[in-house]
Every structure is written in C-alpha cells, then in structure tokens.
Write a protein that binds this ligand. Structure first.
Ligand SMILES: [Zn+2]
Length: 279
C-alpha cells in the first residue's frame, strides 16, 4: 500500500520519525510520497529518501518538489530555475505540492496564481506529474492546468470538492487522492457520496499526515503504545500507519474489498510516480 502524501518534515514528526516509518512498514505501507511545501524542504526530503534506500525496515520514499499555495508569497522569478534543477534528482517524482487555496489565503491570491503558473511550466517542461492542492478555487485550478502549456499528468490530492468539480477533473484525465476527510462524520458527507464515481485507474489514497487523522482510528495511545504517541500534543497526530483506516472506509463505500482497492491504488501510484514496491 502506498501513501501518496505525508509531510515528513513537519515538526510533529521531529521526535520519532524513524519509529513512524518503521511502524508504517509494519502496517503494510510499502511506499510513501514525501510531500514538499517549499524548495528548502525538497533538499531535506532528498536526504531522507536517499537514507531510506539503506533502511530495510522502512517503506520506499520518493519526494515531490514545489511550493505550496500557503508559501506562494516566497516565490521569486529565479525559483523556476531552482525548481528545474531540483527536479532532475532521480527521487523527485512530481512537481508540487502547488495550487490555489482561497479558503485560508495565507498568501495573497495574486502571489498564489503566479507561483502556480510558474510551477505548471516546470511540470510541462520536465514531464513530471503535477501534485495539486485545490481548496475553494471554484474551478480556477483546473482552468490554469488546461491552458496551452500543460502538465503531462495531474494528481489532485486531498480532493474535497463538489460533484461538478470531480466530473471536470475526471474529464481532464486527472488522478484523485482521497484522505481521511472521508472518515469525518461531520465534514465528509459530500465526499462519501462521490468516491464511488472515481474510476479504478484514477484513484489513490493518502493520509496527509500529520494532518487529517481518520476519525475511525482508535486513539494514538492505544494504537501505538509508546511514550511519544501517548503525549497530549500527539494525540491528534496522523501518520502513514493509519492509512488502512482510510482504505477500509473507502473500500466499503466503493463496494470493493480493501485488498483489491489497495492493489488498484498502489498500481496507480507505481505507474504515476515510479514506485517499484512490487505490491
Ligand atoms: Zn494539500
């Protein structure tokens, strides 16, 4: 099983990163796409991904390279060149996480558009897939992705949009990433109605850890009886070992067995990002 979005450099993973990777492998996670949200993080992820190649008890790690819409105000013209250089590394498997987030607007919309357009250009040039974040863009993310300069392939991660947005993304041949948002009784209702519409060859799963802990998982202190997991500050932390809870909920909604769906999602992630996890 491959988790296509984990924010491994997040400070919530600082204390016990190697334990988290070990127990994800024990939970059946064979591959992780480490998500980068700024260009310095790409370098940190590369070091971690290379290190993972010699750790038998860890999943295979690959990384994205890009700047998140929250950090878009840091984007400089020279960053296109820097991103192009960074993306040449063999363990960089996608451009991103990039896109538009008009829900929180941590960066000005104009800065978000500028950084996103520049990263679309790099994705197009390099032919790497683009790893997209869309929160409340009202169709604008797809608008920019379907201009004459286009990425070869698109993955819309943590999809939480409407039926119309899903339809439009699927018509544009996008892959769709589903998180534990699905397991949230209060917020996940609309998404639960839609996940059955995603074709088998377009669906992927992700934890987006340490965020979006699946609500159907037992509390961390019971799941992971170690001192760190039991700490109050980590009680709500999500991690790749919790991916099976997302998988089980998604499989039930789609009328598939978790095993079958896990294999479909892994095959899609292997094909798009180049994992060679053999599951
Ligand atoms: Zn995101």
């Amino acid at each position: 099983m491959i988790d296509i979005c984990v924010n491994l450099q997040n400070s919530q993973f600082g204390d016990d990163q190697s334990e988290i990777l070990e127990r994800s492998a024990q939970a059946g996670i064979t591959g992780i796409l480490a998500c980068a949200t700024d260009l310095d993080m790409v370098s940190a992820n590369k070091v971690l991904c290379e290190y993972a190649e010699n750790e038998k008890n860890w999943p295979q790690l690959l990384t994205t390279a890009g700047v998140h819409p929250h950090d878009a105000q840091t984007w400089k013209d020279s960053d296109s060149k820097r991103l192009r250089e960074l993306s040449k590394h063999r363990l960089v498997s996608a451009i991103g996480e990039c896109g538009l987030d008009f829900n929180r607007n941590f960066s000005e919309p104009a800065a978000q558009r500028r950084a996103f357009q520049a990263q679309i250009e790099v994705a197009s040039e390099t032919t790497l897939p683009i790893f997209v974040h869309d929160r409340d863009s009202q169709g604008e993310v797809l608008h920019w992705l379907t201009q004459p300069i286009q990425p070869l392939s698109i993955i819309v991660h943590c999809f939480t949009g409407s039926a119309e947005e899903l339809d439009n993304y699927l018509n544009a041949d996008c892959y769709i990433g589903i998180t534990g948002w699905l397991c949230d009784e209060a917020r996940g209702g609309a998404l639960r109605e839609l996940v059955g519409l995603i074709p088998d060859n377009r669906i992927m799963i992700e934890t987006d850890g340490p965020f979006l802990r699946p609500h159907n998982a037992p509390e961390n202190a019971r799941m992971f009886p170690d001192t760190l997991a039991a700490l109050k500050k980590y009680r709500r932390r999500n991690e790749p070992a919790l991916l099976p809870f997302v998988l089980n909920q998604l499989a039930e909604l789609r009328g598939q067995s978790p095993q079958e769906l896990g294999q479909l999602c892994s095959a899609n992630a292997q094909r798009l990002f180049g994992f060679d996890t053999g599951d």
